[in-house]
Design a protein around this ligand. Sequence first.
Ligand code: NAD
Length: 427
Amino acid sequence: MAFNPFEMAQKQFDTVAEQLKLSSSIRALLREPMREFTFSLPIRMDDGSMRVFKGFRVQHNDGRGPCKGGIRFAPGETIDTVRALATWMTWKCAVVDIPLGGGKGGIDCDTHELSMTEQERLCRAWVRALSSEVGPVQDVPAPDMNTKGYHMIWMLDEYEAIHHGKFPGFITGKPVGSGGSLGRTEATGYGVICCLNEACKALSIDIAKSTAAVQGFGNVAYYACERYLKLGGKLICVSCWDNSDKCSYTFKRTSGVDIVELRKITNEHGEIDKAQAKALGYEILPGDEWLAQDVDILIPAALENQINANTVGKIRPGVKIIAEGANGPTTPEADAVIKERGIFVIPDFLCNAGGVTCSYFEQVQCNMNYFWPKDEVLTKLDQKMASAFHGVYEMSVEKKAYMRDAAYMIAIDRVANACVARGWAMK
Ligand code: NAD
């Protein structure tokens, strides 16, 4: 049966709703998105032909504030993936205690096949389709998989043209100098390692003596690796998707991965050149080998459904921590095994919340029209992430709960209380 991320998100919610003894009205409200939009985007291609792309936006819950969430350009994107990601955004904003709700959007497209001008037309068309449903006080988009700062600027430009004004708080992840916040590029990866560092302290693991294997070599993975290496950890491998071979590869070097060196041989689609990597002493292994390494820490930072019933058995006995940089990398079936084996998990919606936290800072700075220096952004980010991590960790110790369940308890409780206070559900 095909993996359905929304069913997984609902399953996770149902488990915690039961533990929290939530009322049926709260359950009915929170297990479904409040609003969702599916639309066609007819685009003129550079060769003069027309193509129709499918666009999505899901607003899961805005009880705590405007919806917030990225826009993915993903081949084969489905409404269920977007629903799941919007749901996780609600919990993510709540677990780090920022006054925002959960949303997510996407376009079913493959950026490898699209020129920059075609991507610009897609961005503008997506905004036109939703111009009255999104905005600084309704729903604030951001970059996600395969979308970058320049996509955000095209979207902002289209939104401002439609609404006749300057609305820098409409969208986050903008380039610095065009309303973006310093530190946003690094924020998600750095936030992952902030949580990991706090987890190591809590578990008495010396991060400087630890080893890690990372899946992915994109935005989240790269900056997670950078900060992990700065803290003295040893990185054994990273991985990436290879579009010409239509599969992923793991790049392993037992003496340690040098991310700067690897980045120099990575193309604009994020593919690491295999021949050059080999010449630098890397072994080129199958894509899922990152999970089978003899390391202390695993960091899935690529995509969902990577640690599942079929792959969880690959995890070596020495693994102590899984820090989930990606959204939804672990399925409930794999979770049960990980729980049983006593591996400490920093759940995705806590671990990768650095991105949305910094996006929130970007919005605040845009609204004030006053921008903070990078150190100030990153210090505030660490404070938020460390405080959220400890809130969840303490709950997990107090309730003897798995970290994912503890994070859900905190987040769902906060959202439920906000909805009850508004009269949307009964306690
Ligand atoms: P990205 O597009 O920059 O990078 C994705 C990476 O994954 C690339 O290196 C790609 O080669 C690799 N990849 C794709 N398919 C793969 C496969 N089958 N096996 C191995 N590697 C594969 O994306 P990103 O922004 O780094 O996002 C990564 C994950 O983190 C996604 O789940 C995203 O939803 C999540 N996330 C991103 C942010 C953010 O701020 N960018 C915030 C929160 C969560």
